[in-house]
Write a protein that binds this ligand. Structure first.
Ligand code: GLN
Length: 313
């Protein structure tokens, strides 16, 4: 099936927006200092369907850093580049049940990162990006993510510097993985590429288009560009279903029934396979680092548009 009629999607989007707007829980991330300055009332919602129709409400054209949402798309690019078998072996696909920057999760798994959506697995995945140098890997990351978005993405220098100055924890995670033989490139250089990928600027509309590309078997519905294969899209969505919202992935799947990925700047991308992508942005986060309003709005949309992949009717 496809999405309901245009006017129904617009109505559902407005309702989802208004419902979520009445929620004021959550806190803006500030462990990356510059993110603490985000407007807690900023809120945008966008749906892009696989035929290229785009529906928007609120702050959908305001840029923010993609953060962990980049992990999903870099994972897809790496699977496309080197095949998913090797990535699965090295990075895994199981939820850790622990916070995204957990060191304990690595130790409990005997040095294995467990999945590409926590920082450890994402850094190990970035290390697998084709390209012999960190510069080349970064170039391929920005090119690839721009193809998912259907426009040239840019780095937010301020976010990049703010995170670079404070990410000793990610460097420690990378060195720990390296010590276990789980990093295929220099740990410190790889964290730098990872920090840049997290600092790419997107808006809620970009996220919807990027999600719609995964929904459409890897074809960007706006540009017609085949960014990754249908198999890679499918495998990426499976990983998002199990680990996209960190230790809240089970609750998310139970409530919403769709693969999704969050980022600490308040972005949230959700994919309705074969139908479309949903991009949300609202900076206040729950305890796991997921946008509060983004989750509430997405839950409403999943219910009213009949998107839950486990529903038989
Ligand atoms: N760049 C952030 C970090 O590495 C991304 C985390 C996130 O969005 N959950 O900590």
């Amino acid at each position: 099936g496809t999405l309901p009629h245009r006017s129904q999607v617009d109505t559902a989007l407005d309702e989802a927006y208004r419902r979520a707007l009445s929620h004021h829980e959550g806190t803006v991330a500030d462990y990356i200092p510059v993110l603490g300055a985000a407007d807690p009332e900023a809120f945008g919602l966008c749906i892009a369907d696989v035929s290229g129709d785009v529906h928007e409400v609120g702050d959908t054209r305001t840029a923010f850093s993609i953060q962990s949402i980049s992990k999903a798309f870099v994972y897809a690019l790496v699977c496309e580049g080197i095949g998913h078998r090797e990535v699965r072996e090295l990075v895994g696909v199981d939820n850790t049940g622990l916070p995204f920057n957990s060191v304990m999760a690595i130790e409990l798994a005997g040095g294995h990162p467990r999945n590409p959506m926590v920082n450890a697995g994402a850094i190990a995945t970035t290390a697998l990006m084709p390209g012999a140098t960190p510069e080349r890997k970064w170039q391929l990351v920005i090119e690839g993510l721009s193809r998912f978005a259907g426009r040239q993405l840019e780095l937010d220098d301020e976010v990049y510097r703010s995170e670079s100055d404070t990410n000793d924890r990610n460097r420690a995670i990378a060195r720990l993985l390296y010590s276990y033989g789980r990093m295929r490139a220099d740990p410190v250089e790889t964290v730098d590429v990872y920090t840049k990928q997290c600092s790419l600027l997107v808006d809620a509309r970009d996220l919807a288009v990027m999600g719609a590309t995964l929904a459409d078997g890897g074809v960007n519905p706006l540009t017609g560009d085949q960014v990754v294969s249908p198999e890679v899209s499918r495998d990426t969505l499976a990983v998002l279903a199990s680990a996209g919202l960190y230790e809240h992935s089970g609750e998310w799947l139970y409530e919403i029934g769709l693969p999704g990925k969050s980022g600490v700047a308040g972005g949230l991308v959700t994919v309705a396979p074969g139908k479309g992508g949903l991009g949300a942005w609202a900076p206040p986060l729950d305890g796991a680092g997921n946008s509060v309003r983004g989750q509430i709005a997405t839950a409403h949309l999943s219910r009213t548009l009949g998107l839950n992949i486990f529903a038989s009717a």
